[in-house]
Design a protein around this ligand. Structure first.
Ligand code: IPE
Ligand code: IPE
Ligand code: MG
Length: 260
């Protein structure tokens, strides 16, 4: 807590967060590494390297606050179409970061999970990832979900294929297909829908991320580029989220009886 000159106390950004109204799941589209590098007169990969600190910061902030799930969009299905040098450098960075950060994850009681077509990752990336997932599997604090080679349309298509197979085998009646059953066949089956989705770098789009899961998610878009995204920026997003009225199709009066 800080004190102003006339001794009024000023709450720090972190202290302005209502701990009883935290989202259980925050998802982030970490965007703007390339532009950050360009602004610093460097190659795109320099931006990716500098984005690691922001990953560390939001993970630590989420664990400290007691958020249950943090999903980070790290590499999309469409990102495979980037120049091969950038893709290779990103895969190398992933291996390096996962190896280096596993002990910190252990220290912070963080469990690592992934969503996406991880079979398509290079063998070394896959191995490191599997080792870290296994190593952290008993941790009971924050679940850090890395979306890797992920796209929502890929995920939904995969779920439809598995449902169709069950129907074909006579294990499932088409009439028994419910929203819940579809959700149970997504990669995020055991993960609650995010209450808050953050996108950095100012782009006003979803880019094939969690389309099913964000039906009623609050969106927060900031112009800050991912390598500049700090804990304080994360707290700002949480405070904004806490000021929103989530109505889920109801009226404001229904949400707050007696205020009409
Ligand atoms: C996000 O930053 C990281 C990945 C998509 C892997 P970008 O690399 O998309 O950076 P910009 O959007 O080109 O600035
Ligand atoms: C979205 O960023 C994917 C990730 C952050 C991993 P992109 O930079 O790929 O998104 P678009 O292409 O600008 O929509
Ligand atoms: Mg981008």
């Amino acid at each position: 807590m800080l004190f102003s000159r006339d001794f009024h106390c000023i709450l720090t950004r972190k202290e302005q967060i209502n701990i009883n109204k935290l989202p259980a799941h925050v998802a982030i589209i970490m965007d703007g590494n390339g532009r950050w590098a360009k602004a610093h007169g460097e190659q795109r990969i320099f931006g990716h390297h500098n984005g690691v600190k922001a990953v560390r910061d939001v993970t630590e902030a989420s664990a400290e606050l007691g958020i249950n799930f943090l999903t980070l969009y790290a590499f999309s299905t469409e990102n495979w179409n980037r120049p091969v040098d950038e893709v290779n450098a990103l895969m190398e960075l992933l291996v390096h970061t996962i190896t280096q950060e596993t002990e910190t994850l252990m220290k912070n009681n963080v469990r690592l999970l992934t969503i996406g077509d991880t079979d398509s990752l290079p063998p070394r990336t896959k191995e490191e990832l599997q080792a870290a997932i296994k190593h952290t599997s008993q941790n009971s604090g924050l679940s850090l979900v890395l979306a890797l080679s992920y796209s929502s349309r890929w995920e939904i298509t995969d779920a439809v294929k598995r449902l169709a197979t069950k129907v074909k085998l006579g294990e499932l009646q088409p009439d028994s297909i419910t929203e819940q059953l579809i959700a149970d066949h997504l990669n995020t089956a055991k993960i609650p829908d995010p209450e808050l989705l953050i996108r950095t770098s100012g782009e006003q789009r979803i880019s094939n991320f969690l389309l099913w899961q964000i039906a009623y998610t609050e969106l927060y878009i900031t112009d800050v580029l991912w390598p500049d995204f700090t804990k304080d920026e994360f707290y700002k997003a949480l405070i904004t989220y806490q000021q929103r009225e989530r109505r889920f199709g109801l009226t404001s009066e229904q949400i707050n009886p007696g205020t009409a």
